[in-house]
Design a protein around this ligand. Sequence first.
Ligand code: ZN
Ligand code: ZN
Ligand code: FE
Length: 764
Amino acid sequence: MSAPARVRSRIRVTGIVQGVGFRPFVHGLAGELGVVGFVGNDEAGVIIEAEGDPAALEKFVDALRSRAPALAAVEEVSAVPIPVGGDTAFTIAASESHGPRSTLISADSATCDDCLRELHDPADRRYRYPFINCTNCGPRFTIVTDVPYDRPSTTMAGFALCAACTAEYHDPTDRRFHAQPVCCSQCGPTLRLIDTAGQPVGESGDPIRDAATWLSAGAVLAVKGLGGFHLAARADHEQAVAALRGRKHREDKPFAVLAPDLAAVHELCEVDEAELVELTSRRRPIVLLHRRPDARLAPQVAPGNRSLGVMLPYTPLHHLLVDAVGAPIVLTSGNISDEPIVYHDADAATRLQPIADGFLTHDRPIHIRADDSVLRVVGGRPMPLRRSRGYAPEPLPLAWPAPRQVLGCGAELKSTFCLAKGRHAFLSHHIGDLENYETLRSFTEGIEHFKRLFDIAPELVVHDLHPEYLSTKYALDLVDGDVEGVELLGVQHHHAHIASCLADNGEEGPVVGIACDGTGYGGDGTLWGGEVMVASLVDYRRMFHLEPVPLPGGESAIKEPWRMAASWLRVAYDGAPPDDLEIIARNGVRWTHVLRLLDSELDTPMTSSVGRLFDAVAALIGIRDAVNYEGQAAIELEQRVQLDEPAGYPARLEGELIRGGDLIRAVVEDVRAEVDPGTIAARFHNGVVDVLARAAQAACAETGLSTVALSGGVFQNVVLLQRVSAALSSAGLRVLTHSRVPPNDAGISLGQVAVAAARDRATH
Ligand code: ZN
Ligand code: ZN
Ligand code: FE
């Protein structure tokens, strides 16, 4: 019997397939299956010519997807038959780079198990080397300065490989073949512990051990990580954590904690299976977990909070440091209050000098700032609250290709931008609140960087309708600056929220959308934020909304929830609010002032925001009159909810209005009856859930739709999210929620892009 005929295929693989060890993987696979030919990189990804018997070739093509390396994200594998070539071996071809670029850059990835083993092996040449990495792990996005992704276009360019590292780099069978950040203690970055004057310090000569000694003695250290500087303190050290809080001017916002290992996480928090998956993923986000009452933590870590943000080490430096300390450490963004995280050494030396007692730093530059990502697990699925390090700049798939290249400028708080080309939406890392020069610069530089990395020249620029957002002004300036051929598109804030939820789920609608939010500019010039709408990616129609109330003093009403309580009381009691409540006594003369302001209608824009209704209730029941971080009152209200309280306050739907006044009067009655705040919080939540579900059902009945999408910052409230979802599901409706992008304003830029692409598709 003769051997089966040989066949040959030209195979194209796209996705995140460069800089992730794909070529050595293909090389190994070919050897295993007796396939000959070659593999190479080009502008579009990986190109392979493979030749062998038909069965082997079929297995080969299947394995390209099913057995791809850890950091690869294979999007497409396409094979076309070509004439056999008669090669005798399988080789790795040199890279080519000519045509238009369409390769992707992977996110930074946690240290892999192989590297960890070497890190702890005294016989290994990288034993205890804090910058160990390989093709399966290590820094990527934060060190890439340009394309194509090659060592000279990373911040490792200044480190010449030693002979041993060179050999690994060029050996196709080595785990470090073409790993661009590869290095060792002979040729790579060096770690230093320095004091606030920049002088080297430490007793042992090992900066890690010395840093651990400092931390255990109660010092606050600035630690240079992957995407910026953190501030670190021992999490069980009361004075250290209190000092950190004081010097950082951060009053209540919880700190995240880095735990040495899973055992330590279990001691701090309750963890379920789905949470474990997220905690240990190579993306290594901060996961908000239910904290144990007996957790050994300084009180100032997360004051008055039932949950705790926890992460596991994600760089060799963090592994070594937290192991040496032997206890969890607080790891919070290196900045003062709301400024962006510091990522340059010179900047750290000046800006963090007042906070840190010393600096654990190194000489590998950070090119792009990337904050830690944060998520919560809800109903077994991740709900991102901040999508940044470990995720960006991985593209999110658009359900259909965008006809033109698009830039979404996002909103203002928790700002991100999003660039799209074809089916790829490149949602940026977390930029921060676009309120100061530093964040604005980070925003504009970030856009330029992404444009270059992904070869995108936006023809369509999308902005929020809010005229005062710096992101809106940025978009308008682009066109004023006569950037050739750029078209502007304004997309309403809550339409963008629902569109972001649709894009998150790969759908186009139409659906009924519930957008529960802080405040966003409405289509009618008032501030919206409690919207039940019919929405597709292309368009939306408002169907129900919370009854609008004045926002007394505009912005200051957001920082001082008691003002919202005054406004809501006035609406709920038809202009004659009660005068015998504790909140009135507490606020004294300023209460009267605000009532007068409300009567005058000066500086009192109208808002239908659900977030502001939550604020009002939090103030009414005495939880909080003023906030010192965004959403604080609503977060604390949620934390108070008496989870097994079944009752809920009634609220009417009247025409297109959701009557919030009904809820407020019910709250007041219970406050007067001295019902405990946890029970009131629960009844209020249940009332909101019920009226939102009824509104959505009515919208579904009227339109014949049966899917409801939930978005907006208020849906970070898990009690609200789960109960609204449950109510809609039990009414037979399908519910869409977020699992890839945050429901808050960080998702707006993706929603904007999705709307623009869909409208473009509809008209082109
Ligand atoms: Zn590795
Ligand atoms: Zn080396
Ligand atoms: Fe919003």
